[in-house]
Write a protein that binds this ligand. Sequence first.
Ligand SMILES: NC(=O)c1ccc[n+]([C@@H]2O[C@H](COP(=O)([O-])OP(=O)(O)OC[C@H]3O[C@@H](n4cnc5c(N)ncnc54)[C@H](OP(=O)(O)O)[C@@H]3O)[C@@H](O)[C@H]2O)c1
Length: 181
Amino acid sequence: MKKDDVQIGLIVACSENGVIGRDGDLPWRLPDDLKHFMRSTKGHAVIMGRKTFETLEMPRGLGGRLNVVVSSSLSIEDGIDGDGWGVVVARSLEEAIKIGLEADARLQAGMVWVAGGGEIYRQAIGVAGVVVRTRVHCEARGDVYFEELDALEWVIERYEEHEIDERHSCGFTVEWLARRG
Ligand SMILES: NC(=O)c1ccc[n+]([C@@H]2O[C@H](COP(=O)([O-])OP(=O)(O)OC[C@H]3O[C@@H](n4cnc5c(N)ncnc54)[C@H](OP(=O)(O)O)[C@@H]3O)[C@@H](O)[C@H]2O)c1
C-alpha cells in the first residue's frame, strides 16, 4: 500500500452539547463505546495530543497500535517494538501525520486515526476524510468541546444505535461520516 492510499480519520465521542472532556478525563463511562474505539483503532497508527496521552495511564500507550503523541514538551524515548507498535513523539501535527501515513502504508492498515483531544481535533479536521463520531445522548458538563460538523461538508453514511442499559447511563449512536466529494 502507498502512503497516498491511506486516509485520515477522526474518532471521537461527544455529547449532544458537544462536550468531549472534563477535568482531563472523559465525562462518561461507556464500556461498549470504548470497545468500539479499541476495535476500530487496533493495528493502526493513532495520533493524539500530549494531554490525551497522559490520560491513558499506560506509559507505552495503547497496545497493538503505533501511538503518535503530538507535543512540544514531552521528552520520552521513542520505543517501537518489532511489530511496529509503541510510542513516538511528534513535534507538530504535520510530523505526526507523516509518521502515521508511513506507518499505516507499511502496515497495510489504510486509515490513520486521530484520537483527540480537543486541540488536536480542531487542527486535524481540515485534513480528515472520515469522522467516526459517537453521539452520546446526554447534555454533559465539561471543558473540552468538539465542533458541530457542517452538514454541507459531511454525510452520515451509516450509524448504529446503543440503548441505555445497566452498564451505560446514556444511550449513544455511532455515526460513520464521510467528507462529501
Ligand atoms: N470524547 C473523546 O472522544 C475524547 C478523545 C480524546 C480526548 N478526550 C478528552 O479531551 C481532553 C484533552 O483534550 P485537550 O484539547 O485538552 O488536549 P489534547 O488535544 O489531548 O493535547 C493538547 C496538547 O497537545 C500538544 N499539541 C497540540 N497541538 C500541537 C501542535 N500543533 N504542535 C505540537 N504540540 C501540540 C500540546 O502539548 P505540549 O503542551 O506538550 O506542547 C498541547 O498541550 C481530555 O479531557 C480527554 O479526556 C476526549
